[in-house]
Design a binder for this molecule. Structure first.
Ligand code: TIU
Length: 229
């Protein structure tokens, strides 16, 4: 049997994740300038964006190993059409009066608008040609996107999930994936939040109750398996 079609147990909470490389995609959620760099959406909401940078190195190393094996990679980007027709009124309104809103002009162009500099993936984690890039108007990567069809077309039913922020777009995506029948492994060092306590609680919520939404590990055990393939 092909080595990538075998099952490799990954040490995880609440028990080993049955990693089948041939059926697994790496999902990198919203590693965009608007969330990680000063002057973007995250900073405008009053967050310390430097807290998210801890995930860049671990995601970069995992991406490199994943690409070497040739498994599918999905990058997501949160954002809206320039005419904001896919921006629900409630999401647009939901900000204090004095902060920049989605669509407003900031130092990296219009905030969370597709095609603007702030919407781009950070330079450290650019998508390579052939990798799936999902532009999503919501927090979850399945809502109003063709992600499920794209995963089905490449035979994927497991997801290794990384990116930002742990309790917002990452956890929303894990919950959506769980309801659609995907096994998700969330990697603690490859995710980050503006609120370290929310990061820790999110990881616990996923793996508690027998793995109610999935599994939690760190990138080390996955890297070791990838290196052996
Ligand atoms: N604000 C916050 O923590 N996150 C978001 O708005 N989007 C994502 O998590 N990508």
């Amino acid at each position: 049997m092909d080595a990538i079609a075998a099952t490799y147990p990954v040490t995880a909470e609440p028990y080993a994740f049955p990693f089948v490389p041939a059926a697994c995609a790496l999902v990198v959620i919203d590693m965009q300038r608007d969330f990680l760099e000063p002057g973007g959406f995250g900073a405008g909401l009053g967050n310390d964006v430097s807290l998210l940078r801890r995930a860049i190195g671990p995601i970069g190393r995992l991406l490199a190993a994943w690409r070497t094996v040739g498994l599918p990679v999905v990058h997501t980007r949160e954002g809206h059409c320039p005419d904001l027709s896919d921006l629900p009124r409630a999401k647009h309104r939901r900000a204090p009066q004095d902060v920049p809103r989605i669509g407003d002009l900031g130092p990296m162009g219009r905030i969370l608008v597709r095609g603007q500099p702030g919407h781009e993936l950070i330079p450290e984690l650019k998508a390579l040609p052939g990798e799936i890039v999902i532009d999503k108007p919501g927090k979850g990567a399945f809502y109003a996107t063709d992600l499920q069809a794209r995963l089905e077309s490449v035979g994927v039913h497991q997801l290794v999930v990384t990116g930002v922020t742990t309790e917002v777009c990452v956890q929303t995506t894990v919950r959506e994936a769980n309801d659609r029948g995907y096994d998700c492994l969330l990697l603690s060092d490859c995710t980050a939040s503006y609120f370290p306590e929310f990061h820790a609680a999110s990881l616990k919520m996923v793996s508690a109750q027998g793995g109610i939404f999935g599994w939690v590990s760190s990138s080390g055990p996955v890297l070791k398996i990838l290196a052996s393939l």
